[in-house]
Write a protein that binds this ligand. Sequence first.
Ligand code: GLY
Length: 426
Amino acid sequence: MTPYKVLSLLISGIILASCSEKKSELSLDVDDALSYCHGKISRSLTQLGGSEKDYTMMPRNIVDSDTLWNCRKAVQEEWCSGFWPGILWYDFEVTNDPEIRDEAEKYTSQLEYLATLSPYDHDLGFLINCSYGNAYRLTGDNHCREVMLEAADSLATLFNPNVGTFLSWPRNVEMFGGHNTIVDNVINLELLFWASRNGGNKSLYDMAVSHADKTMENQFRPDGSCYHVAIYNPETGEFIKGMTHQGYANNSTWARGQAWAIYGYTMVFRETRDPKYRDFACKLADVYLERLPEDMVPYWDFDDPDIPECPKDASAASIVASALIELQDYCSDYHREQYRSDAEKILATLSGPAYRSAANKASFIDHATGHKPEGTEIDASIIYADYYYMEALLRLKHMQDSSASSLASLSYPLSNLSASITLQSR
Ligand code: GLY
């Protein structure tokens, strides 16, 4: 073979390689993805019974080969009931459609009674924040504010001053042998921070900061990966042990737990402006991002020895995408570019053929895993995966649309974005 031939083969090889690399790259059109979500939402509203529907039944998951949402009653024990109303509020934010607003209001109001009860567990934060939090953010309705303040006071009763954290699962004290704090609980500090600056007691702020600090001190390993559950002596506050409940093992890193932590400490920085929380959120994000497989969607637990023959968790991916879009705005170094581009890549993957739900299915995305050790919601569509997917898309849209380069005033779900949309009078 002549040197010329060798050279031309080499060049065509390089061209082919770069073409195939480009071919496999996924692109993301945010408006198109949000309009896809709107289409699915409209159809689900019809499938759920049109004007005859039972508004107490909230979409929760789609498993196996089903195509319609399995719904669960919005009772205290059902932690996911706030996500569907939250999705409707996000859709209203995108479309300004009065019918969607009407549906959002009807579903949201089913959760009001929860604020008046003693809390079943820390998930009262998810339930109220995602529903009423978005409703208040978009409408400024004072009744929503009152419900949120009542819920925050109720949530505060779970705070144990000896420990300095909230009791996440009162029902599991005996089983775990102590006061338990799960890493997911950091997310629910958001309602307390919000309440403390919207007419609630200022002590709610101190409780939230105490929880964030104590959790930071005890619930993470030196590399920034988290234990799902921390057990404390309820009288002395002594940290007893870190363990798991939904992960593979006590010393493993459950992907969604790490996702909640990244999202949670980003929010704690937003609320306190103390840079130690931002730096911590970056550390947690870095260990998560370093360990991701090539498509940027984690396996359900980073340490499952069956990887790559075990389920993915697209819900962790959507939570982290949303968190990174906020976190990048608080960073000024290389993290800013890295987090923004990683969030876009995650969303492009979730919007691509491997994760997007089939056209005849009610959900936005597939391949989330709820509780692997319990054998439930494995490789399924789950409502919170869709909620954070849509939130992340909206955050990205606001970032792209914003003439200002800063996202600091566009935090979710509780800052006031309503100036940018026209709201109906109520
Ligand atoms: N907070 C429960 C979960 O993430 O599954």
